[in-house]
Design a protein around this ligand. Structure first.
Ligand code: SF4
Length: 368
C-alpha cells in the first residue's frame, strides 16, 4: 500500500478486526496495552478504535505527549523570559496556550511580549539573524523526534556566528519512562511503541523492555490499519507467551533508526536526569545542551532555575499520563476545563488525552 487512504480502508479494517478477534479469543485474561505516543492517542480517538477492539483488550494512554509531560515550572521559566525586555520567544504553536502558574505565553503576548510561533527551529535562527540587537530564545520541548532539528538550529547558529540565539531545553527521551512505568502501579501487558521516536532511535532501545521486563513491544504506524495490526501483533505475543520487539511500521522505521539524526543528538546534547509532569524525576530521561554548545543554553545564559510550580490539585493529568485514570474520571473535564480554558496540559496540547476525549469522545457514543 502506498497512499494514506489505503491505510483507512473500512473493508480492510473489518478483515483485520476479525483477525484481531480470533487472536484475542486465545487470551486467558484481559490484557492492558499502552499507546505511548500522543499522535497514536489522537488517531485511536479520532477513528473510534478503542470501542472496536475486543473486550479482552484494554487500551490506556501513556506519557508520549511532549507538552503534557513538560513541568509547569518550565512554562514559568519561559514566561519569565518572555517578560524580559528585548527577548523574542520562538516556539512551536502547541506551547502557546499552556498554562503556567499565573499566565500563559498567549496571555503575555496579549500584554506586549514578543512571542512568535515558528514552523521549525532554523526559522528561529533566521529571526535571530534578522534581529542582532535582540535575544532570541527557542523553546526546546519534545522527544527524539524534534530534538534533532533543535540540535541542527544550534549548530547552524554557531556556524553563522550568532551569539543572540539560545534554546530553553526541556527535551526528553523515550525508552526510559517506559521502563519507569513497568515498576509502577499499572500492570502492562504490552507497549504500542511511538512511531516518530522510533524513526530516529530504531528498534534497539526497546529491547530491555522485552528482554528484562518481559513486555512485548510493537512499533506501530499512525493510521487505523497500522494500529489494528500493531495491536494484533501485541496480542499474539501475549497469547503465545512471547516478549519481543516487533516493527509493524517498517515502511518508515529502520532497525537501526536514523544514524545522522542520532549523530547530531550526540554532538549537541548529553543525557541528563529529567522531571516528567505526572511521573516525577526519571534518571537519564532528558537531554541537556552539551558543554561545547553551552553558550546556546538559555537557562545558563539568563541564569534561570526551574521553580517548583504547583499543579491545580483537582487536575488528574499525572494519573492519566501513567495510564491509571481516564479523562472522564476528572470532575473538571468539560466543565471548568476544556480546550478554550485548559487547566492541565492533557487538555491544552493537541495530542493530549483529555483534548482527544473532548474532541472525539462522541465517537464512543456513536460506536456504542
Ligand atoms: S480534564 Fe483538565 S483538569 Fe482534568 S485531568 Fe484533564 S487537563 Fe487536568
Amino acid at each position: 500500500m502506498k497512499y494514506i487512504e489505503e491505510f483507512r480502508d473500512q473493508a480492510l479494517a473489518a478483515k483485520l478486526l476479525d483477525d484481531l478477534a480470533r487472536v484475542a479469543a486465545r487470551l486467558k485474561r484481559r490484557v492492558t496495552l499502552m499507546e505511548v505516543c500522543g499522535t497514536h492517542t489522537m488517531s485511536i480517538y479520532r477513528h473510534g478504535l478503542k470501542d472496536l477492539f475486543p473486550s479482552q483488550i484494554k487500551l490506556v494512554s501513556g506519557p508520549g505527549c511532549p507538552v503534557c509531560v513538560t513541568p509547569m515550572g518550565y512554562v514559568d521559566m519561559a514566561l519569565e523570559l518572555a517578560r524580559k525586555p528585548g527577548v523574542i520567544i520562538t516556539t512551536f504553536g502547541d506551547m502557546i496556550k499552556v498554562p503556567g502558574k499565573s499566565s500563559s505565553l498567549a496571555r503575555e503576548r496579549g500584554l506586549g511580549a514578543d512571542v512568535r510561533v515558528v514552523y521549525s527551529p532554523p526559522d528561529a535562527v533566521g529571526i535571530a539573524k534578522a534581529n542582532p540587537d535582540r535575544e532570541v530564545v527557542f523553546l526546546g520541548v519534545g522527544f527524539e523526534t524534534t530534538a534533532p532539528s533543535v540540535a541542527g538550529s544550534i549548530v547552524l547558529a554557531k556556524r553563522k556566528g550568532l551569539s543572540n540565539y539560545s534554546v530553553l531545553c526541556a527535551h526528553k527521551v523515550m525508552p526510559e519512562p517506559m521502563e519507569a512505568l513497568t515498576s509502577g502501579e499499572l500492570k502492562l501487558d504490552g507497549y504500542i511503541c511511538p512511531a516518530h521516536v522510533s524513526a530516529i532511535i530504531g528498534e534497539e532501545g526497546y529491547k530491555p523492555l522485552a528482554e528484562k521486563y518481559g513486555i512485548p513491544c510493537v512499533i506501530t504506524g499512525f493510521e487505523p490499519l497500522d494500529i489494528i495490526r500493531g495491536v494484533t501483533m501485541l496480542v499474539r505475543q501475549v497469547a503465545e507467551g512471547r516478549a519481543e520487539v516487533e516493527n509493524e511500521y517498517d515502511r518508515v522505521v529502520l532497525p537501526g533508526g536514523n544514524k545522522k539524526a542520532q549523530a547530531l543528538l550526540a554532538e549537541v546534547f548529553v543525557k541528563s536526569d529529567a522531571v516528567w509532569r505526572g511521573l516525577g524525576p526519571i534518571p537519564n530521561s532528558g537531554l541537556s545542551i552539551a558543554p561545547a554548545y553551552e553558550q546556546y543554553d538559555a537557562a545558563k545564559k539568563f541564569s534561570l532555575a526551574e521553580p517548583d510550580s504547583r499543579e491545580n490539585p483537582a487536575c488528574i493529568c499525572g494519573e492519566i499520563l501513567k495510564g491509571l485514570k481516564e479523562p472522564l474520571d476528572c470532575k473538571l473535564f468539560g466543565k471548568a476545563c476544556d480546550p478554550e480554558n485548559p487547566i492541565g496540559a492533557c487538555m491544552v496540547s493537541s495530542e493530549g488525552t483529555c483534548a482527544a476525549e473532548y474532541r472525539y469522545g462522541d465517537r464512543r457514543l456513536a460506536n456504542a
